[in-house]
Design a protein around this ligand. Structure first.
Ligand code: HDE
Length: 711
């Protein structure tokens, strides 16, 4: 390649990339040498592609050879450097939460908390703080699928004026274990079994349930994990929780306890397990695509940050130990106080630089926010810092753009791998006479002061008796669910334990479930065709007096809106144009998205002769990808469509997943072939007689739970 043609290529790439921003469409290269694709970085002003050392290149597509067809020469520094860099592009994935997805945005304080914390980010109404969020699954590898039955990580980095605060939470308010020393065992048990290297990204195997069967403290969390909380519709439709009890400390040094909650403004929503399994095949990136699409379409998701604040007196009186992370505090007992709102309106610019390299650490706190003695939290404070070194390879990971505080950083930490700062001056120690004492730490001037909690006692290695009740809150969770949700929980235990090869393990789990609720145990045992075992011996007799808490159910808190959801409209040639357009308008007004699905990706010619492009081919768009579907077929094409196996699945799955289905009379042959024509219920809406706006209103119920489908 000549220098001139290289220059032209680079210029075009830069200009088009800048114009199109994130949505730059790849260009079709005229030839493999003419256009190497968009080069956005590190081509700076020089407009010429270079090596990492800045040497201009004449050709990036052909290695240096001795003769036209001769061997490649070792001397080819350009090729060696390019491949050397490529060979080392991967860093170790996270040992847990490896699969995750990031987004950026802002946290705005709405109700200042100056009465209870000196934290600057909560001091002023309207104060905005930049945030980076990473959502994740826990067990699967980086390349696993999004719809695993799993806890979701909900980690938020606040770049405050007083340093970074990392609230590293989950979408479930309790945890499996009570002491950090058990974490490696928990994680080993849920990850691939070591001898065979599978199964990945799932808890449905012997090792996990074997571990749980000997760890009764995990039972409460397994109820959440077997509930639909563990198969959220997307990251946008789940809440987040800090889990542990933390401490707020105000200007006067007065401390209160606090638990953190993120409440989704989009409303809670989950999918069904059968749906999740199919989504994983149809679109393993379903959750990340959803977040990316929502942000790029201008529908930025948001969450309210709320706190539950309580004092020592409440902690004394509460039925459980507030330091026990396997317990929650019902909202009915300590109401939520909303502090502010986080909005994620920016996708990442680069998945690796930001999402992969972000390093959350529970130890990252700011003045006014402190830890409690929760033994899980104390252990986490060691683990997160430690793990970043093995992942990112250097103690200087704090200098990476995604991790760097937005406020000034001043200390005498120096050197180390990949040091990017060039500190000036003679002093690299403290105290020193070179830089004066104005750079030293100062307690009286906003420096972080740990809450002076009185601590006394013998060194012991045991569990406090106050942590001994393992079943009562599990029971409370169970009785708080609607019958539909209880059905899902039973089905999930039956599925998971059904994947255990050893009957003894199934039996040990059901023995625990008897201490939670006899109905639950009996139904799971029945689903497994298992003889009901004796109840496990509880360390402390479970209590049955805890009242149901509506806040624990998803369906009792259904958002009653279709906004932010997606309707799949399946069209074929001759489909009623007015209806299709009416549906699109109605969805637009509801704040919902539409995708057009057709038998051919080129689209369909509607009744008015207009060609409607398809977003998806029916083969690539099973109905599991949509919150509801409409089937609008043309009279002449309907018979052919009815024969398509994928179209039949589209309908029968929508039926089985209790979705609302809009249809026109032309779709009847398809409904018949799909085996649902005889079973039409109020969840099937005839669009020949129902206006699109009315249909849109019905969709706000999200699912037609009255359809008698056994999970
Ligand atoms: Fe984590 N956890 N964890 N964890 N965790 C990690 O840190 C750990 C726990 C959570 O998107 C690791 O940077 C221990 C509870 C999230 O980058 C590691 C214990 C909760 C993320 C680690 C726990 C979490 C992690 C792996 C028991 C909810 C992903 C990579 C004491 C409150 C953050 C990393 C991201 C990641 C350790 C328990 C949430 C190994 C030792 C409880 C959301 O440090």
């Amino acid at each position: 390649m000549s220098t001139t043609s290289q220059k032209t290529t680079s210029k075009t790439s830069k200009a088009s990339a800048a114009k199109a921003g994130n949505n730059a469409k790849p260009k079709t290269p005229a030839s493999h040498v003419a256009e190497g694709g968009d080069i956005q970085q590190p081509v700076e002003d020089g407009n010429i592609m270079t090596t990492a050392q800045g040497t201009p290149l004449s050709d990036d597509q052909n290695s240096l050879k001795a003769g036209d067809r001769g061997p490649t020469l070792m001397e080819d520094f350009a090729m060696r450097e390019k491949i050397f860099h490529f060979d080392h592009e991967r860093i170790p994935e996270r040992v847990v939460h490896a699969r995750g997805y990031g987004a950026r945005g802002t946290f705005e304080t709405l109700d200042p908390l100056t009465d209870i914390t000196s934290a600057n980010l909560f001091a002023n109404k309207g104060e905005k703080t930049e945030v980076f969020v990473r959502f994740s699954t826990v067990a699967g590898n980086k390349g696993s699928f999004d719809l695993a039955r799993d806890v979701r990580g909900f980690a938020v980095k606040f770049y405050t004026k007083e340093g970074n605060w990392d609230l590293v939470g989950n979408n479930i308010p309790v945890f499996f274990i009570q002491d950090a020393i058990k974490f490696p065992d928990l994680v080993h048990s849920v990850k691939e079994e070591p001898d065979r290297g599978f199964p990945q990204a799932q808890s449905a195997h012997d090792n996990f349930w074997d571990f749980v069967s000997f760890t009764p403290e995990a039972i409460h969390m397994t109820l959440w994990q077997m509930s639909d909380r563990a198969i959220p519709r997307s990251f946008r439709f789940m809440d987040g929780f800090g889990v542990h009890t933390y401490r707020f400390v105000n200007e006067d040094g007065k401390a209160t306890f606090v638990k953190f909650h993120w409440k989704t403004a989009q409303g809670l929503q989950s999918v069904l397990w059968n749906e999740a399994v199919k989504i994983n095949g149809a679109d393993p990136d379903f959750h990340r695509r959803d977040l990316w699409d929502a942000i790029h379409s201008g529908d930025a998701p948001s969450w309210d940050l709320a706190v539950q604040v309580f004092d020592e007196d409440f902690a004394e009186k509460f039925e459980f130990d507030v330091l026990d992370p396997t317990k929650l505090i019902p909202e009915e007992q300590v109401p939520l106080r909303i502090v502010g709102r986080m909005t994620l309106d920016q996708a990442v610019d680069n998945d690796f630089a930001q999402t992969e390299q972000v390093a959350f650490c529970t130890q990252n706190v700011v003045p006014g926010i402190d830890f409690s003695d929760d033994p899980l939290l104390q252990g986490r404070n060691f683990s997160y810092l430690d793990t970043q070194l093995s992942r990112l390879g250097t103690t200087n990971f704090t200098q990476l753009p995604v991790n760097a505080p937005r406020c000034p950083v001043a200390n005498f930490q120096r050197d180390g791998h990949m040091q990017t700062h060039v500190p000036s001056g003679r002093a690299n120690y403290q105290p020193n006479g070179w830089s004066g004492d104005e750079r030293g730490p100062r307690a009286g001037a906003g420096g972080y002061v740990t809450y002076p909690e009185e601590v006394n006692g013998p060194k012991v290695r045991h569990r406090s008796k106050t942590f001994a009740d393992h079943y009562s809150q599990a029971r409370q969770f169970w009785i708080s669910q609607t019958p539909v949700e209880q059905d899902h929980i039973v089905a999930a235990y039956v599925f998971e334990l059904g994947k255990c090869e050893v009957e003894e393990i199934r039996s040990r789990i059901v023995a625990h479930l008897r201490n939670v609720h006899e109905d639950l145990a009996a139904r799971v045992a029945d689903g497994l065709a298992l003889e009901l075992p004796d109840a496990a011996e509880p360390a402390l007799a479970p209590r049955e007096d805890l009242p149901a808490s509506d806040a624990l159910s998803i369906l009792k808190n259904s958002p009653a809106t279709f906004a932010g959801r997606k309707l799949g409209i399946f069209v074929s040639d001759g489909a009623d144009a007015a209806l299709v357009n009416g549906l699109k308008d109605a969805m637009d007004k509801s704040g919902a998205q539409v995708e057009i699905v057709a038998p051919k990706i080129g689209g369909a010619t509607l009744s008015d002769g207009a060609k409607l492009a398809a977003d998806q081919h029916i083969q690539g768009a099973p109905s599991v990808l949509y919150d509801a579907v409409a089937i609008v077929l043309g009279a002449d094409s309907a018979a052919d469509v009815a024969e398509l196996a994928t179209a039949q699945d589209f309908v029968s799955d929508a039926f089985a997943h209790q979705k609302f289905v809009g249809y026109t009379p032309e779709a009847e042959p398809l409904l018949d072939e799909a085996g649902v024509a005889e079973k039409l219920d109020d969840g099937f809406i005839n669009l020949a007689t129902t206006k699109p706006t009315q249909f849109a209103k019905t969709l706000a119920d999200l699912r037609y739970w009255d359809r008698p489908v056994k999970p």
